[in-house]
Design a protein around this ligand. Structure first.
Ligand SMILES: [Zn+2]
Length: 312
């Protein structure tokens, strides 16, 4: 797999030169407000980003999805949007509603449902092809605003706190080694996660498949077990953070009046940057709110530990 860094850099340069909406939205990132909320041993950033309202508030029930033109299908994308082909059936696009300074959407050429089964290897390939990026996957009921069209996203490294938190031995430790791949579990991090780390993509994918199968048995009525996944390369190793989910959106998302916090957690939020498209939510969200949201939408650390020991 060759390195796509230069091609993607050129894509960014040309798109920001030629596509005014994207250029404006990336410039708006200069005005994005950020708060840092401290927890014991780590922190969560909160980003006020009004450009994300469409995604956060997206109606993703089957009827709403069927009623709208799919914004990831080639025929419906903006005429200005160009892409770089990746493998046989994906195209790398710049995301016109950025959270990151460099934010990509990697879209399947076919209008097929968002599913990770059989596609995890593509995610690892993307991580290797784009070493300056974190590749992330939001399941169809875990923050994807196009659950009907297979896609990944990517954002520049060094932005999500989970990257540096992974090197903190107080927050995570190696739970087991299977051949050359390690599985790490988190503790005191407010959300249950398991992290796979290794140099052999086939082996990592094998462990992921086992975890997925074990988790699928506990969520038999879902289109797939609820997951967010973040993957990147450090040195010669893949690091893959798997965040199993129990709920799509927290109760505060549906609340009325002052109790409402419009926040639809996905990979970026669970990686440590909470996105609030409404300024009132940005101003009022507290440490306790964040803890409650994480507890509500994620599995507990004990549950993930049990799932890992039973499945991997
Ligand atoms: Zn589509």
């Amino acid at each position: 797999m060759k390195d796509y860094s230069q091609k993607v850099k050129e894509l960014f340069d040309s798109q920001l030169a030629d596509w005014s909406q994207a250029r404006d939205n990336y410039r708006q990132l200069d005005n994005v407000k950020v708060r840092e909320i401290s927890f014991a041993g780590y922190s969560i950033a909160v980003q006020f980003n009004p450009g994300r309202i469409t995604s956060s508030a997206a109606k993703v029930d089957a009827r709403s999805i069927e009623a709208r033109p799919c914004f990831l299908c080639g025929n419906n994308r903006p005429a200005e949007q160009k892409g770089v082909p990746f493998s046989d059936d994906f195209v790398i696009l710049i995301n016109p509603f950025p959270i990151f300074r460099r934010h990509l959407t990697i879209v399947s050429g076919s209008h097929i449902p968002q599913r990770i089964a059989g596609r995890f290897g593509t995610m690892l390939s993307l991580a290797r092809a784009l070493p300056e990026y974190v590749i992330f996957y939001n399941g169809p009921q875990c923050g994807a605003s196009a659950p009907d069209h297979l896609h990944f996203q990517a954002g520049n490294r060094g932005f999500l706190p989970v990257e540096k938190d992974f090197s903190n031995p107080l927050l995570c430790s190696k739970a087991l080694t299977a051949r050359s791949t390690e599985a790490w579990l988190w503790r005191g991090y407010g959300r249950g996660m398991v992290t796979l780390k290794g140099t052999d993509d086939t082996e990592i994918a094998g462990l992921f498949d086992r975890f997925y199968a074990g988790f699928a048995r506990s969520q038999p009525d879902r289109p797939e077990p609820m997951l967010n996944i973040l993957a990147y390369i450090t040195g010669h190793e893949w690091v893959v953070h798997i965040i199993p989910r129990s709920v799509h959106r927290p109760a505060c998302y549906f609340a009325e009046g002052d109790a409402k916090i419009l926040l639809s957690p996905a990979s970026v939020d669970l990686g440590g940057v909470f996105i609030t498209p409404r300024e009132e939510d940005f101003n009022k969200i507290t440490q306790a709110d964040i803890s409650d949201i994480l507890t509500e939408v994620c599995l507990s650390e004990e549950e993930v530990k049990k799932l890992t020991s039973q499945s991997i």
